[in-house]
Design a binder for this molecule. Structure first.
Ligand code: SF4
Length: 500
C-alpha cells in the first residue's frame, strides 16, 4: 500500500501552506501525542475546519489512531484544499484515506475532495495498488451506511473506539503487491467493519441481515474530552467534554433514540476528574458539553458548580426548555451569553406533543421569563415545518408564539425554520417528506403570519429547500445514489476533474 503514486499533478501553494501553519500554531494540544507514525493515514473531515475541530468524534478518531502508532494527518474542506494540516502533504500521497461523515452533505463534500485529488469516487474504479484505500466513518454510518457502499472500500459502523485497534492491525505490516486483497479480507473479520471492496451486493446483504452491525462503546471507555483547543473552532477556545451518548427520550423524528441508543452516561466522578485534569494542564475559556439534552444529565448541577469554581464558562449543545433551570441560565450568563437557544419544533402544543416534546407554550413563556430575570435578552427558536398532521393553524402558531415572547417578555426573538426530513430507523421514518413545493407553501404561510404579527424586521432564517430535498434523497439512498452525488459534484466543480 505504501508508495501509492500521486494520481495527478500537484502544485505547491505557499499561500495555503502558510494558512495551515497559522491554524496549527493556534491549536493547543490537550494530550501529548507521538509525532509521525506508520503507515500514513489521511483523516478527512469533509467540512470546514471550524466545524471539524468542534466534532468530538473526529478528535477521538485521530487520538486512537495516533495511540496505535499510525501516521495520521488531518484534512478539511476549504479554504485550504487537499493539503494536510500537520505536514502540508497532498491527499493523493496517502495510501489510506478515511472520512468522518457527520451529515449527508458531508458525503458530497468528500466526493468533491476526492475529485480534486484526481481519485475516482467509485470503489470499483479504484481497484489495484495505484489507488489509496478509502474508508468512511462518523455519525452518518449509524443512520444510512448503504449510501456510501459504492464509494468506500470499507465503512466503520458506529463508534470507532472498539474498531480502531483492529483497523490499525489490518494495515500495519501489510504493503506492497497483493496486500490490498489481504487487507480488505482482514478488515472484513470485524463485525462493525463493512467491506464493499469485497462486493457491493454482498455488503448490502450483510447490512440487511444484521451480520454487520453498529458498534456502541460504553461512555466510560471513551477518552471523555477533546484533544485540541482551537480559537478557530465554532465555539472558540473551548474544551469539549463528553457527558453522554444516545438519548433516553423518544422524539419520533430524532435519530438519537433509534440509531445512537442506548443512553450511555459518563459518571459525574469521571467527568469531574477529566475536567480538573485538563484545567490543570491547558488554558481554555469554556467547556462545550457534548451531550444530547444537557438538562437530562443527572450530575449537571455539581458540574456547573465546579466550572464556576474553576472560572470556566459553559456552552450547551442542546437545551430542552422543560429541563432548563435557573442554575443553567446563570451558568450561561457567567459565560457571557445574552441569548438562549431552544427548539420548540412546533408552534402549537398539540403538534409539539406529537413531536415528543410535551411542554406547552405557557411553559415556554414561563421559562423564558425566568431566563429574562437572570439577564437573558434574546431567544433563538428552532422550528420544523412539514411535520406529520401539521395544519395551517400549527404554522400560524409559530408566529403567535414568537409574538408573545417579544411582546409579553420584551425579549429579542430570532427564528430558524427547517423542513422536516424523515430519517431511516426513526419512528417517523415512514412519514412523507413534503417536498420542495409543499415546503414552499408552508414557508409562504409562515412568512405572511410573521410579517402580520412581528413586522418585516423579524430575524427569521428559512433553510434551503433544495438542500432539504438533497438531504432526504441522500439519507434514504442506497449504493445507486453515487450517480446523483457525482453529477452534483461535477456541477459544483464546473466539469473540472483534475486536481486543483
Ligand atoms: S430531540 Fe432531544 S430529547 Fe428528543 S430524542 Fe432527540 S436528543 Fe432526545
Amino acid at each position: 500500500m505504501r508508495g501509492s503514486r500521486r494520481l495527478s499533478p500537484y502544485r505547491e501553494s505557499p499561500r495555503f501552506g502558510r494558512e495551515w501553519e497559522a491554524v496549527a500554531r493556534n491549536e493547543v494540544k490537550v494530550v501529548s501525542m507521538p509525532r509521525g507514525g506508520d503507515p500514513s493515514w489521511a483523516l478527512v473531515f469533509p467540512s470546514d475546519y471550524g466545524t471539524g475541530i468542534s466534532n468530538l468524534g473526529f478528535h477521538y478518531a485521530y487520538y486512537h489512531l495516533k495511540k496505535m502508532g499510525i501516521g495520521v494527518e488531518r484534512f478539511f474542506l476549504s479554504p485550504i484544499p487537499n493539503l494536510s494540516l500537520e505536514g502540508r502533504r497532498p491527499l493523493q500521497d496517502f495510501p489510506i484515506i478515511t472520512a468522518s461523515i457527520a451529515y449527508e452533505p458531508d458525503a458530497l463534500n468528500f466526493l468533491e475532495i476526492l475529485s480534486r485529488a484526481g481519485i475516482p469516487s467509485r470503489g470499483r474504479e479504484r481497484r489495484g495498488e495505484l489507488f489509496p484505500l478509502i474508508g468512511a466513518a462518523g455519525g452518518f454510518t449509524s443512520i444510512n451506511p448503504a449510501m456510501l457502499i459504492s464509494v468506500a472500500d470499507f465503512i466503520v459502523l458506529g463508534d470507532g473506539e472498539s474498531v480502531i485497534p483492529h483497523l490499525a492491525e489490518c494495515f500495519r505490516g501489510r504493503r506492497g503487491a497483493g496486500d490490498r486483497d489481504s487487507i480488505v479480507e482482514a478488515l472484513d473479520e470485524h463485525p462493525s467493519i463493512l467491506v464493499p471492496a469485497l462486493g457491493e451486493e454482498r455488503a448490502l446483504e450483510l447490512l440487511k441481515n444484521g451480520t454487520k452491525r453498529v458498534a456502541k462503546t460504553p461512555c466510560e471507555e471513551s477518552l471523555g474530552h477533546g484533544i485540541w483547543i482551537s480559537p478557530n473552532s465554532v465555539f472558540g477556545k473551548t474544551l469539549l467534554l463528553e457527558l453522554q451518548r444516545g438519548c433516553g427520550r423518544g422524539c419520533p423524528y430524532c435519530v438519537l433514540p433509534s440509531c445512537f441508543s442506548p443512553l450511555r452516561q459518563r459518571s459525574l466522578e469521571a467527568v469531574l476528574e477529566t475536567l480538573k485534569r485538563c484545567a490543570s494542564t491547558v488554558p481554555f475559556r469554556q467547556v462545550g458539553l457534548v451531550t444530547p439534552e444537557a438538562g437530562d444529565y443527572p450530575g449537571l448541577e455539581p458540574l456547573l458548580d465546579t466550572l464556576e469554581e474553576l472560572k470556566k464558562g459553559v456552552s450547551f449543545a442542546s437545551l430542552r426548555i422543560d429541563s432548563l433551570t435557573g442554575r443553567m441560565v446563570r451558568a450561561l450568563r457567567v459565560s457571557g451569553r445574552e441569548s438562549l437557544t431552544i427548539a420548540p419544533e412546533a408552534g402549537s402544543d398539540r403538534l409539539r406533543s406529537r413531536c415528543g416534546k410535551a411542554f406547552t407554550n405557557r411553559q415556554i413563556l414561563d421559562k423564558l421569563e425566568m431566563a429574562s430575570s437572570e439577564g437573558i435578552r434574546k431567544a433563538k427558536l428552532y422550528f420544523m415545518v412539514g411535520l406529520p398532521t401539521e395544519t395551517e393553524e400549527d404554522l400560524v402558531a409559530i408566529a403567535t408564539l414568537a409574538e408573545s415572547i417579544r411582546k409579553e417578555l420584551r425579549l429579542g426573538v430570532s427564528l430558524s425554520v427547517n423542513v422536516f426530513v424523515p430519517k431511516p430507523g426513526t419512528a417517523w421514518g415512514n412519514q412523507p417528506f413534503v417536498g420542495v413545493a409543499g415546503a414552499e407553501n408552508r414557508f409562504r404561510i409562515l412568512k405572511s403570519s410573521i410579517s402580520e404579527r412581528l413586522g418585516r424586521g423579524c430575524d427569521v432564517r428559512f433553510s434551503s429547500l433544495r438542500e432539504a430535498e438533497l438531504e432526504y434523497r441522500l439519507s434514504w439512498g442506497g449504493p445507486e445514489i453515487v450517480d446523483v452525488m457525482e453529477a452534483l459534484v461535477e456541477k459544483r466543480r464546473g466539469g473540472k476533474t483534475d486536481a486543483s
